[in-house]
Design a protein around this ligand. Structure first.
Ligand SMILES: NC(=O)C1=CN([C@@H]2O[C@H](COP(=O)(O)OP(=O)(O)OC[C@H]3O[C@@H](n4cnc5c(N)ncnc54)[C@H](O)[C@@H]3O)[C@@H](O)[C@H]2O)[C@@H](O)CC1
Ligand SMILES: [K+]
Length: 536
């Protein structure tokens, strides 16, 4: 497992196991966990307040998520803040730590408690006046879609959301399925979500992800050996673990140390795909970059390429590559094949030759995968380590599963493919996931909808290729490459917005992304090992 537990993501069931182990085996009383959870939320609320006389509305349910809400109410009221708490549920259903916290607050006169939510006018009235609305209605214990009166309460909070107030969800936005990321009917549209101990997998997946707002992970006093003792199938990519993967450079380095990369990409009307891939390779730190295109297109492509990229003309027909010599295949440290190759009867021959003759790592994308349609067994003819980088349509053609089947079972199918064909899989989408033959699954968390534009996938192929050439394993290069590519997209979005950005802007932001990761790495060293609230 890469990066250890810093990348751990859990299902609600696994989180529940961890909470129970913390209580039973690590002797941390549940009420302390709840107090720590409340503390993390209170601290963020205090940081966000912009008036001296704030009104805070807390909507609390009758489970432990509501219990967190009661503890937050007490902490805020104790420092003189006007807290209005709406209890959505039946008092007789309160048990355990939630009951303990309820008994404390109901005897206090500095918290206004509203019960019996049948008439919603009061809640409507107060939420519109609130500076902060805290959603402690439903957490990881949600089953099915929110029932009444929870459903209407969620709708009221969403209607009350205006620019001047902040909606903070406790652990997960109420209504969101913490495992699948599904929102069956309604869910709180949060500005901030503070999730406890470890991120819940559903928070990283759409549609839930668009309800989460800014996501923070707050430690709540569960020892690391307890979280480590529950094995989870998922990992997610964080700045902390990713920045540690950046290949180091010695003072006496030379270009041969950073990979001789060959990109076989582009055809008569799709030369841009080759150019973008090659530029992606170059701008992620490659030593020597060669773009192989149809021999008929060499001159045209040279006029589009930056001068640092070398070109190689390959035998072609009708503007498409039809052959590649074994000697060429064997002379590079890494080969990427596929973007914009087009479809020709010679294309499969080229892909087969690369698979058969290469002993060095391969990155297979786009048309290199399309020609393997229903013949993924051809992947078994290579000795080389490999990564395939399909988007959902290419993955559907490659595997024979429908797009719908892949959408709803993407984790399972990408894992199966990685194991069946001994290949890393980068399944591009929102989010992009990476699976490995060792049965690992990583969820990426960078990138934005501005990247849903032609050529962005080609750049990713280039980034991964470049990182392999610089000495990273195929797995690490795929993980770092996906994260860096998304980060470059996020940096491009900062200056251009989501509508105006294009694949070339990702290329231009790769070096900035690498600097960002490097700076993070060195500042992390300065911060030392203190565990704190982590922003994702
Ligand atoms: N010791 C622990 O287990 C800790 C739990 N914590 C909090 O506890 C939460 C989990 O608590 P619970 O397991 O009690 O679950 P929740 O509080 O998330 O939800 C359970 C409650 O919601 C109701 N409910 C479930 N589905 C519903 C639906 N569709 N419509 C309406 N009502 C519904 C149930 O009847 C029950 O009252 C976490 O999300 C977290 O906020 C934290 O306090 C940290 C410690
Ligand atoms: K919640």
């Amino acid at each position: 497992m890469m990066g250890g537990d810093k990348m751990q993501v859990v299902t609600p069931k696994e989180m529940n196991q961890i909470d129970n182990l913390a209580i039973s085996d690590a002797s941390v009383p549940g009420v302390i966990l709840m107090e720590n959870a409340a503390n993390a939320v209170t601290n963020i609320v205090l940081k966000k307040l912009s008036t001296n006389d704030p009104v805070i509305v807390i909507i609390a349910g009758s489970g432990n998520n509501g219990g967190d809400g009661f503890a937050i109410a007490r902490q805020l009221a104790s420092i003189g803040i006007n807290v209005q708490l709406f209890f959505v549920g039946k008092e007789e259903n309160l048990t355990g730590d939630a009951r303990t916290n309820w008994e404390i607050i109901r005897k206090r006169d500095d918290i206004t408690i509203h019960k019996e939510i049948n008439d919603f006018s009061n809640i409507k009235n107060l939420t519109t006046q609130a500076d902060v609305i805290i959603d402690a209605l439903l957490g990881t214990g949600l089953t099915g879609e929110p029932r009444e009166p929870h459903k209407t309460s969620i709708e009221i909070v969403n209607e009350a959301k205006i620019d001047q107030n902040i909606v903070i969800s406790v652990d997960i936005p109420s209504g969101v399925n913490g495992h699948t990321g599904a929102v069956e009917s309604v869910a709180i549209d949060a500005d901030i979500t503070i999730t406890f101990a470890l991120p819940k997998v559903g928070l990283l997946l759409y549609p839930a992800k668009s309800y989460v707002g800014k996501l923070y992970v707050a430690p709540i006093g569960i020892p690391e050996w307890v979280t480590n003792s529950v094995t989870s199938d998922y990992r997610f990519l964080t700045m902390e673990t990713i920045s540690s993967l950046i290949p180091k450079r010695k003072g006496d380095s030379f270009k041969g140390d950073f990979g001789k990369s060959l990109i076989i990409a582009g055809s008569k009307n799709m030369l841009g795909a080759g150019v973008l891939t090659a530029h992606g390779v170059l701008m992620s730190g490659s030593g020597l970059t060669t773009l192989a295109v149809p021999e008929s297109e060499v001159q045209t492509v040279q006029s589009k390429l930056t001068e640092e990229v070398m070109t190689l003309g390959l035998p072609s027909d009708n503007g498409k590559i039809t052959e590649i010599d074994e000697v060429i295949v064997k002379s590079y440290d890494v080969i990427a094949i596929g973007p914009g190759l087009g479809q020709h009867k010679g294309t499969k021959k080229v892909v087969k030759s690369v698979l058969k003759n290469s002993t060095k790592p391969l990155v297979l994308d786009a048309d290199a995968l399309n020609v393997l349609q229903d013949e993924s067994e051809l992947l078994a003819i290579t000795e080389a380590e490999k990564v395939v980088t399909p988007h959902i349509g290419e993955f559907s053609r490659l595997t024979g599963y429908t797009i719908e089947e892949i959408k709803y079972n993407s984790f399972e199918l990408a894992l199966k493919f990685a194991c069946d064909w001994n290949s890393v899989v980068v399944l591009k989408g929102s989010p992009t996931i990476i699976t490995t033959p060792e049965k690992e699954l990583y969820i990426n968390n960078t990138g934005n909808p501005g990247m849903a534009t032609g050529g962005c996938g080609d750049v990713l192929t280039g980034v991964i290729t470049s990182l392999i050439g610089q000495g990273l394993s195929v797995k690490k290069a795929s993980i770092l490459g996906v994260y860096l590519h998304g980060l470059a997209g996020d940096l491009a979005k900062e200056s251009l917005g989501v509508y105006g950005m294009k694949a070339g802007d990702l290329v231009n932001n790769l070096s900035k992304g690498l600097c960002y990761l490097q700076e993070y790495k060195s500042s992390k060293k300065r911060r030392g090992r203190i565990k704190c609230l982590q922003e994702i």
